[in-house]
Design a protein around this ligand. Structure first.
Ligand code: ZN
Length: 224
């Protein structure tokens, strides 16, 4: 699949219409907090959606009315979440710099300093984040500087949002705020760039397909 750094149109539309599970929603809402470009695209999409609604034939059925009411409620909830997001800041040297923007920070219970990392082996750590939806697995990942994630394929969708540091996937470099979307067609081995650990938010809806038998052996224990 095509490598991109921003949320795809299809996923952004699903987000805007409120049909996504909580795990996907938190990844996209946090990406939006860090990406003015994706926020502008969402605003355009919502304007286009408003124009479509205006052009709908009058007298919708009670079921349609209920659906659009629920969609409106969800949009208001989403926009409230985005409005509450603090400016992410650009300079990590600034004392007020926030690595985990809202809404992610509320799920974690603080910024990265408060994260109780669990070891994954080879210097990598993770923190699983509980979701109510039961469809997605959401975790923070900390990949040591200069080290790779074990090579893997996917049985479903995987979203990886960079929060701190950066990683390379082939020729592509992903830095803070960038979102990588992977599916069954992509086999890859992201590598954290030198100089700084890479902290990411990773969301999947199925276990990854690791190439290494060793990783596959410990996969159920680690829950990855
Ligand atoms: Zn992957």
């Amino acid at each position: 699949m095509k490598i991109r750094h921003q949320v795809s149109d299809a996923l952004l539309l699903d987000y805007a219409t409120g049909v996504l599970s909580e795990g996907w929603r938190i990844a996209i809402a946090t990406h939006l907090a860090l990406s003015p470009q994706s926020r502008r695209r969402l605003a355009l999409m919502e304007m286009a959606g408003g124009a479509l609604v205006r052009d709908l034939p009058p007298e919708p059925s009670p079921l349609d009315e209920e659906r659009s009411w629920m969609a409106l409620i969800r949009r208001l909830e989403n926009s409230k979440t985005q409005d509450e997001a603090p400016p992410p800041g650009r300079n990590p040297q600034n004392a007020a710099f926030v690595v985990l923007p809202e809404p992610l920070r509320s799920y974690v219970g603080g910024d990265v300093a408060s994260v109780k990392w669990r070891p994954l082996g080879r210097g990598a750590y993770h923190l699983p984040i509980a979701m109510d939806d039961k469809n997605t697995m959401v975790r923070l990942l900390r990949i040591p500087a200069g080290k790779p994630v074990p090579e893997h394929g996917h049985r479903g969708r995987e979203l990886t949002l960079v929060l701190s540091g950066s990683f390379r996937d082939g020729e592509a470099l992903f830095t803070r705020g960038d979102l990588e979307e992977a599916d069954e067609t992509l086999q890859h081995q992201p590598v954290a760039t030198e100089g700084e650990d890479c902290i990411c938010l990773a969301v999947t809806d199925a276990p990854l397909k690791f190439r290494s038998w060793l990783v596959r052996a410990v996969q159920p224990i680690l829950g990855i």
